[in-house]
Design a protein around this ligand. Structure first.
Ligand SMILES: Nc1nc2c(ncn2[C@@H]2O[C@H](COP(=O)(O)OP(=O)(O)OP(=O)(O)O)[C@@H](O)[C@H]2O)c(=O)[nH]1
Ligand SMILES: [Mg+2]
Length: 176
């Protein structure tokens, strides 16, 4: 989506935890022709993010996208790690990416992330699988943060701007 808008970007492979997460992102980078900044597996994700920001500044790149490892919101050490990534990289936006199919669990997740780290917005993936989209209602209400985009499939083009009217229509309520 950024590419289509002629906004340059660099990926930071901040998921240094899950097996092959780095390789997965590098494959996407190759396909999209986007540079990926990475360190060894198991290394400090904050350092990866920091290097990516430096790279972007030096090369006049508009956006740094820092991928982070999925984590259980009750694991305080991992939440603290996320907090460190934020402190070190000073992002302009911190976005919670969750799956719409998670249902009510997503509410607990997003609440914990917002309270402990602070988020600016939400992206919900797999809206194509979730029929009604009730997760969006819950996470939006809980955090009072905007839902920015929905993931609607497995291709790069499958991301759409969240449309409030369309969403309300789908839920079957009238706006007034
Ligand atoms: N149908 C559908 N599939 C999606 C969507 N978004 C992602 N996927 C698929 O979900 C799978 C997991 O995607 P990842 O990007 O690895 O998810 P992740 O949350 O980063 O997972 P971890 O890195 O393991 O934490 C892939 O096969 C994606 O193609 C979506 O909006 N709709
Ligand atoms: Mg991932």
């Amino acid at each position: 989506m950024l590419k289509e808008k002629n906004i340059s970007s660099v990926f930071a492979a901040g998921d240094t935890f899950r097996a092959a997460a780095k390789e997965q992102l590098m494959e996407h980078g190759k396909k999209l022709d986007i540079k990926v900044i990475s360190h060894d597996s198991g290394s400090d994700p904050a350092a990866v993010g920091f290097d990516a920001v430096k790279y972007a500044e030096k090369n006049n790149i508009d956006v740094v996208l820092i991928d982070t490892a999925g984590r259980i919101h009750t694991a305080t050490n991992l939440i603290r790690e996320m907090d460190k990534i934020k402190r070190v990289t000073k992002p302009d936006r911190t976005i919670f990416v969750g799956e719409s199919i998670t249902g009510n669990d997503a509410t607990d997740q997003v609440k914990a992330f917002n309270e402990n780290i602070g988020i600016d917005g939400i992206i919900l993936s797999k809206a194509d699988i979730d029929e009604k989209g009730g997760t969006a209602l819950s996470v939006g209400y809980t955090t009072q943060k905007p839902i920015l985009f929905l993931g609607t499939g497995q291709e790069y083009k499958d991301i759409e701007k969240f449309n409030k009217e369309k969403f309300i229509e789908k839920l079957g309520f009238d706006e007034d």
